[in-house]
Write a protein that binds this ligand. Structure first.
Ligand code: NAD
Length: 520
């Protein structure tokens, strides 16, 4: 009965409103293609950020459950890696179709648990779906290389799966980021363990249900829950060969070091402080709209949110004009018609963001637009912070140095493009950056000299599509960013190269003396 209850929860349609759920159900684990009620003794309450009503309780999966998930994945790997690539491709096609069919349901779970608006949550799902769609091209993507190196000798290289791989996910993209791992890892023949964020695992649970329906055999995809304890299990478990992490620097730097020290492959995308340089020759209307949208969309809780504006030369007084556009944005429950931004994830996040705004005030910056204390009438108990713009910020200020991860735009002034480039390159993060200009050589100079993973030219949030890779720089990636997510490097990350050299000679050797020197 317990198992059935858990299954029903995961398969249930998520409500498309913020009303109190009559009987919140516990989130189950997903092991061996079954939703299994956890026997946890520790539970993490998950609240709707718009109301702080209880939505579900997420288990700190027990040691036995964590072990069972890995054993299931290891067992599945033995047969999954032997399946033909066409078979895996056909399952991926079905998976893509099912994600598309369940697009609204996935988005609703995100709005309820994470808080972003329903329209934005649909984008979250789509960006993950596109990774799965791209993975359907595996039959050409995974091809190796062959060279006839001599008349009777050939060298070929090809890619093999690693085994069990794990993903540790952040709260801000509950569908997209698990889908940076699931499609590529599995279509290449790996099995995986996903640990969604304990703050919003609902979308991952739906993705698991759809995986089973698409025909993934038991154990190819397993979901476990929890926080640091589950992460430590993943980092130390010898059967797990690779770890994908996306999240903040504190957890990410620790995870990178410990998993690497344990001999695992690690890819880790971390925090950000994304700058946009605005030049006086830009298309002003486009730039101001783009900046307001990219700073305040998803309540600023995107790793590629545009959080820092560098006003170059005569653009120094543009902050109030951005404020006018920000004031037109509607902050409301994510299911409400016309909502532009929802709440932030937790009361703690709200407090931290408000404290950072307060620090800017104390340190001498100008609050051009203050979102503190704002709330939509219908949802007085949510974690609300309205769009906030802080001008006359300098690089020593706390609000400039820390990742705010809320709907706050900090603005700095510099006289020239060179000063803008110098300022941006001095910042320790290097995730994304943008420039707004109509001048080609200006854009070219910026593109060439800027130290950031993603560069947008008149594009405020230049997140690469799945045929490219998400390429961070500096402190926004661990390990120097060698292992980037999705695209060709993503497939390389989840596969091991093997190089085979063969000699097929019809005549027998004539000499009976062995040669000991390297051939010259
Ligand atoms: P987070 O680091 O708090 O959590 C991420 C994951 O790590 C979660 O699954 C969590 O359970 C686990 N975790 C947290 N603290 C831990 C600890 N002390 N020990 C072990 N595990 C721990 O991040 P978040 O708040 O969920 O997400 C927001 C952060 O993620 C922001 O910094 C944002 O910039 C970053 N992010 C980066 C990218 C990117 O591609 N660069 C994308 C999305 C989010």
């Amino acid at each position: 009965a317990q198992l059935q209850a858990a299954t029903a929860t995961a398969a249930a349609n998520y409500p498309t409103n913020h009303e109190q759920i009559a009987q919140p159900q516990n989130t189950p684990n997903f092991i061996d293609n079954q939703f299994r009620a956890s026997e946890a003794t520790q539970w993490i309450d998950l609240h709707d950020p718009a109301t702080n009503n209880l939505v579900t309780r997420v288990p700190q999966s027990t040691d036995a459950e964590l072990k069972a998930a890995v054993e299931s994945a290891q067992k599945a790997f033995v047969t999954w890696k032997e399946t033909s690539i066409l078979h895996r491709q056909s399952i991926m096609f079905k998976y893509v179709a099912l994600i598309r069919e369940n697009w609204d349901r996935l988005a609703a779970s995100i709005t309820l648990e994470q808080g972003k608006t329903f329209a934005d949550a649909k984008g979250d799902v789509l960006r993950g779906l596109q990774v799965a769609e791209t993975a359907c091209g595996i039959t050409t993507q995974i091809q190796g290389e062959v060279l006839e190196v001599a008349k009777d000798m050939e060298t070929r290289s090809y890619r093999e799966p690693l085994g069990v791989v794990a993903a540790i996910c952040p709260f801000n993209f509950p569908a997209m980021i698990p889908l940076w791992t699931i499609p590529i890892a599995t279509v290449a023949g790996n099995t995986c363990i996903i640990k969604p964020s304990e703050r919003d695992p609902g979308a991952t649970m739906i993705l698991a249900e759809l995986a089973e329906k698409a025909g993934f055999p038991p154990g190819v995809i397993n979901i476990i829950h929890g926080s640091a304890k589950t992460v430590d299990f993943i980092l130390d478990e010898p059967l797990i060969k690779a770890v994908s992490f996306v999240g903040g620097n504190k957890a990410g730097e620790y995870i990178y070091s410990r998993a690497s020290a344990n001999g695992k492959r690690v890819q880790a995308n971390l925090g950000a402080k994304n700058h946009a340089a605005v030049l006086p020759d830009c298309n002003k209307n486009h730039a101001l709209n783009a900046i307001a949208g990219a700073a305040f969309g998803a309540a600023g809780q995107r790793c590629m949110a545009l959080s820092t504006l560098v006003l170059v030369g005569e653009t120094k007084d543009w902050a109030p004009e951005i404020a006018e556009r920000a004031k037109q944005l509607s902050m409301n429950g994510g299911f409400e018609e016309g909502a532009d931004l929802g709440p932030v994830i937790s009361p703690q996040a709200k407090q931290r963001i408000e404290e950072l705004i307060g620090s800017a005030e104390k340190e001498g910056a100008t609050i051009v637009l203050d979102g503190r204390g704002q709330k939509p009438e219908k949802y007085p108990n949510g974690n609300w912070v309205g769009p906030t713009i802080i001008a006359n910020v300098t690089p020593e200020m706390t609000c400039y140095k820390q990742e705010i991860f809320g709907p706050v735009l900090v603005c700095l002034n510099v006289p020239t493009l060179d000063d803008a480039i110098e300022l941006i390159n001095k910042n320790e993060y290097g995730n994304g950056v943008a420039i707004f200009t109509t001048n080609g050589p200006t854009a070219a100079k910026f593109q060439k000299s800027i130290e950031a993973g993603q560069v947008g030219i008149n594009v405020p949030i230049p997140v690469p599509l799945p045929m490219f890779s998400f390429t961070g720089n500096k402190k926004s990636v661990a390990g120097g960013g060698a292992n980037t997510f999705y695209g060709k490097p993503g497939l390389q990350f989840y596969t091991q190269q093997k190089t085979v050299t063969s000699l097929w000679r019809s005549e027998d050797a004539t000499s009976s003396r062995a040669s000991v020197n390297m051939p010259t």
